[in-house]
Ligand binder design. Sequence first.
Ligand code: AMP
Length: 287
Amino acid sequence: MKVVESIGEMVALSDAFRREGSRIGLVPTMGYLHEGHLSLVRESVARGAVTVVSNFVNPVQFGANEDFSTYPRDFERDCRLCREAGVAIVFSPSPESMYAADRSVLVEERALANGLCGASRPGHFAGVCTVVAKLFNIVRPDLAVFGQKDAQQLAVIRRMVRDLDFQVEIIGAPIVREADGLAMSSRNVYLSDAERVQALGLNRVLAFAAGQVRDGQRDAGRLREAMADFLAGGYPGVEVDYIAIVDGATLLPQAAVTGGTLLALAARVGRTRLIDNLTLEPGTGNL
Ligand code: AMP
């Protein structure tokens, strides 16, 4: 496995892989890797792709009052995990090499990026689209794997790829959870023991909602109310940002739950912002 910091070297290595007929898979990450990230790597490797993991804490997607400077980092460990998972290249450019001081172009998705997390994180998805577009241009992957954990991000990236004709297959991979159900996240490390208990509320309220739907609840407004009550009653440390019941592809609000409905929520637990979601699908026991 090679660790590459230079954009030029990454371009040259990708060109060489392509010339020898290899398919290239890209897994964009901000590092501090956990099993969720590694599941994306495995997906790429399983598809026979020479796999590039980008490890870049992207300053452009953080708001002024967000956790860019304190975002957890452990590059040595990340590299070891990547090597063990069969990664070919860890691409870890410096912020200075990625962003010219006088940069003046942003990639902005204007329909899906405004609601949900976009409402409380203005500019976040433009930062995400910009860095992912740059990574696509540098690595020129045949496929790229993203986690369903960030369901809105996945939908926004799919839209960007469609609208800008990026020649890359986007693969969505399922959410990987801790044994007790908490969705894995690099930010979980911020949680105190007491907050960790409260954080379970995000997964629990999704399970509760799935139960309500199984019992026949189809009204989105009532379901959202029941979810808010469930959290307020059982998890007072969970400060809800949003509970959304939307179409999984368009992210438009739905009045009634159907197949393909996405239940998504974001909340603060202490100072940590957490997200989780569940897609209701016929035949999976949750619809
Ligand atoms: P991040 O490093 O948080 O930017 O995440 C990089 C990629 O890993 C994104 O595509 C995320 O959706 C994905 N990811 C993060 N956590 C999980 C998880 N628990 N399960 C599956 N994918 C995840």
